[in-house]
Design a protein around this ligand. Structure first.
Ligand SMILES: [Fe+2]
Length: 361
């Protein structure tokens, strides 16, 4: 049941995030930004960390441009998992040459986000060319092969045991933030693959890999129909939901969802024009969500493309006082938010892999 009892005590603002003056507002919320919420007001910046004792790190940032997943050098290799729990894993692929087999993941849906590189997903539904900024969704059990073109190759790989679906934003109408007809579907084609005596299908099952060899090529078909198929969506085709008066909670920017997590897309957009309203990520504590943000690009900040951050649930985040003061000093109406990236927000805590820890050290 949705909570509805709200109370207020002491100093607070009438409209959250607007007209704070000398107050600092910390947004504490359950269930992302949808559940019960507490706004706590202080007269000092709450995110000035002096030191930490113990193993909890409030925020880690891993530079995945230095990642060396096994598919970087071994055609039979795979992505390296950076963050995971029972509902989702977030990994990095830097595949340099085509998979020498057809591949099928029977453990879950795969959502690729192409950070760098072009090429083709050869699928049993046809060919799906890819470019930077593409989300490519391969549903569980669908046969495909990643075939990168020569050059840089860097993808985020999200695996979900539960089905991933596009988030429906009922109150924004049928054509935004994603007009369904901008989705790109695979096209049946003649791949021209060489004839062989047998064709390898490499299957992921229970976290392990097996190879099944078939007489016919599992990637080759002459047609398809139905409502289960791979598709892609480019980040430039996602329309921002924004306001010039208040910073919108990122929950409004969900693109995909599955049991236990959501995938949020940050796209460049107008910034809040009201200089009395918060613009930088407000001080907030998502009590029920771990948050990981992958930076695709951000021309307006020091955030490095290819970095993957992790903020554990229950920990305050948001820019510190010095960053806020510097930002407010250069802030003018008409500015734009420049971050372009992908966030995976999970219900259960994410476990950082050894690779993540090493690259965030
Ligand atoms: Fe957050």
């Amino acid at each position: 049941m949705r909570s509805w009892i709200h109370h207020a005590k002491g100093r607070h603002v009438r409209q959250a995030r607007v007209g704070l003056g000398d107050l600092r507002e910390e947004h504490i919320s359950r269930q992302g930004f949808f559940g019960p919420v507490g706004m706590v007001y202080r007269e000092f910046g709450p995110n000035e960390i002096v030191r930490v004792e113990g193993t909890l790190v409030p925020r880690r940032v891993a530079d995945t441009t230095r990642a060396e997943p096994s598919d970087l050098s071994d055609p039979r290799g795979g992505p390296e998992v950076f963050l995971s729990n029972a509902d989702v894993s977030v990994g990095i692929s830097r595949r340099s040459v085509a998979m020498p087999y057809a591949y099928r993941d029977t453990d879950g849906d795969l959502l690729y986000f192409v950070h760098q590189g072009t090429g083709m997903f050869a699928t049993e539904f046809g060919r799906l060319p890819y470019e930077p900024g593409d989300y490519v969704l391969i549903p569980k059990g669908i046969t495909f092969s990643v075939m990168p073109s020569p050059g840089k190759s860097h993808m985020l790989v999200i695996e979900s045991p539960a089905p991933l679906s596009l988030t429906e934003h009922k109150q924004t109408g049928r054509h935004m933030p994603v007009d369904p007809t901008v989705l790109v579907l695979p096209e049946i084609c003649d791949y021209g693959f060489p004839i062989r005596n047998e064709y390898e299908l490499r299957v992921k099952h229970g976290g392990e890999h097996s190879s099944i060899f078939y007489r016919g090529n599992p990637l080759v078909s002459v047609g398809w129909k139905g409502d289960l198929f791979p598709y892609k969506l480019n980040i430039r085709d996602i329309i921002p939901i924004s306001s010039d008066r208040i910073h919108i909670a990122p929950a409004a920017w969900c693109t995909f969802e599955a049991s236990g997590f959501v995938v949020i897309t940050f796209v460049p957009q107008m910034a809040v024009a009201d200089l009395n309203a918060e613009e930088l990520p407000s001080y907030h504590r998502n009590v029920d969500n771990d948050e990981s943000v992958f930076v695709h690009h951000d021309a307006g900040s020091a955030r490095k493309p290819g970095t993957l951050s992790h903020t554990p649930q229950g920990i305050l985040h948001g820019a510190d006082e010095a960053t806020r003061a510097a930002f407010q000093a250069r802030r003018v109406p008409g500015m734009r938010r420049t971050l372009c990236g992908v966030s995976v927000d999970s219900d259960r805590p994410l476990v950082a892999s050894e690779a993540f820890r090493r690259l965030s050290g």
